[in-house]
Design a protein around this ligand. Structure first.
Ligand code: SAH
Length: 245
């Protein structure tokens, strides 16, 4: 009889930011599969479980391993950071299971995504319409990514940038800001939040005109305000539009 596979988003990385449902799924799992960085974090909070970390191998192989274990009747959890369905593993798990004609029972447990946890540290920058955009060109052509940046900036959406930088594409962030600068003033607030929920957490507030790209790495989420976003008393706030007397 087939077992089940639950894709669990465990939030930004601290136990307090994990949902009860995520914790329950991990506690009940017989086997926990995931990229090593993630299984290491989860193992800190739930020691002594059967972790199968898959190192740098591709996502598809990792999903296949999890599906095979579940097919053998095991209760398997696949962990990913943040939300399971936002640049997470839920999509490929469903796609691959369908592709294989698998009868494994699959479900997805949502988690706090990086944009939300970054926003809470900055203040309240996502109070109005927001575009989540990943700068990773691994599975998406860079022209399409930059087109989306352009459209989001043109339509005055707050923009939350995921995967903002990596060694092989250090200039995409600068390119994205050149596009954003066509539509947003130099003084538009920008928040950079690194390693949320972990020991090295860093929160930086800057502006479109003054951002130091060197402060941003792959462990950061960058939030660019809309035309109304302001910094007040050290908090980045996007007004919803309430009238204050
Ligand atoms: N599923 C995840 C996103 C995975 S993509 C989620 O919903 O949050 C990886 C990107 O997410 C990183 O490059 C970074 O931009 C962001 N991210 C994930 N965890 C983070 C953390 N603890 N601190 C800051 N950014 C984080």
């Amino acid at each position: 009889m087939s077992g089940k596979l639950t894709v669990v988003g465990f939030g930004p990385g601290s136990k307090d930011d994990m949902t009860f449902r995520a914790a329950k799924a991990i506690e009940e799992a017989e086997i926990i599969v995931g990229y090593k960085t993630y299984t290491d974090i989860v193992a800190e909070f739930f020691p002594g479980k059967d972790y199968r970390s898959t190192g740098m191998m591709g996502e598809v192989e990792r999903c296949q391993i999890a599906l095979d274990l579940a097919k053998d009747g095991r209760n398997v959890v696949m962990v990913c950071s943040g939300d399971s369905g936002i640049y997470g593993m839920a999509g490929i798990v469903y796609e691959l299971a369908y592709h294989n004609g698998s009868d494994v029972e699959i479900s997805s447990v949502p988690g706090i995504t990086a944009a939300s946890s970054a926003a809470a540290l900055l203040g309240a920058p996502l109070m109005h319409d927001t575009a989540l955009i990943s700068l990773s060109d691994w599975l998406t052509p860079i022209d399409l990514i930059m087109k989306r940046i352009d459209r989001a900036a043109d339509s005055d959406m707050v923009i939350a940038l995921y995967n903002p930088k990596s060694a092989h594409r250090p200039d995409y962030l600068k390119q994205a800001f050149e596009i954003i600068s066509k539509y947003r003033g130099k003084g538009t607030p920008v928040g950079i939040v690194r390693e949320i929920g972990r020991a090295d957490q860093q929160v930086t507030m800057t502006t479109v005109g003054e951002i130091d790209f060197g402060k941003v790495d792959m462990l950061s989420t960058v939030i660019v305000g809309n035309s109304q976003t302001k910094i007040e008393n050290g908090r980045m706030i996007t007004p919803r539009g309430y009238k204050l007397e």
